[in-house]
Design a protein around this ligand. Sequence first.
Ligand SMILES: [Cu+2]
Length: 281
Amino acid sequence: MGRLLAIAIWVITILSVWMFVSGKWWFPESISEHGSRVDSQFLITILVVGISFAAAQIGLGWTVWKFRDNASAQRATYSHGNNRLEVVWSIVTALVFISLAVMGQRVWASLHLHAAPPGSLQVEVVAQQFSWNFHYAGKDNVFGRTDPNLIDDSALNFVGLDETDPNAKDDAVVATLVIPANRPVELILRSKDVTHSFFVPQLRFKQDLVPGMNIHVHFTATKVGKYELACAELCGMNHYKMKSYMLVLPENEFSELATMPQDKFQARKDELLNKYQLPNY
Ligand SMILES: [Cu+2]
């Protein structure tokens, strides 16, 4: 029985490692400038924890095998442990995890904590249960005034845009995120109700939208196409329906769209949504 248990532990270990090594269940293609840095950091982390996992499980199986119950088994002896060993492996573990965290925070901080590069396209993102609103500044590049008191979903004023403000005249608010390829994009993230989370797996980018906060983040998409955008925070009963698309367009196609008035923007965006196919994964 002891031998069987040891073999079962080793088989489960091999299968678990194979699930990662085979590459059958891996991330979709990366389409952002910072994506490869996130992926290589992830690979280092998975290698380190993968090796530790395999070593620990092989050791566990070996212990189960060696100390199984049989006729020649010796009586177990009591050990009070070894202080020096415990100090050594605690320090080694702490060093490994702190180094991984320090290595990983650089990419993360460059997108979440540092200011967006000049010339970035700004888009205001307003999340609500259970949909996304993307607010574009239009031709004048200036966002119209918004006021929470003006929010009226029944009148389709989802972000509380003040129609009397001259800067609001050319603004567009749509339910799909449309951005240019190879140009930095700065998102200004807000939520009307609960915490939501902006997530596009191909971008390798995820950020919470927190009520009462204006969260600035930025990234650069590098590949034209249509990608799924999901809310990655359990935000209520219909959380599973809170999805949209991110359209990455060639610069000229985007600049043409970005200067269109609301109704034309909407119609053209729907046309483009049909034109591009979702990637296979
Ligand atoms: Cu949500």
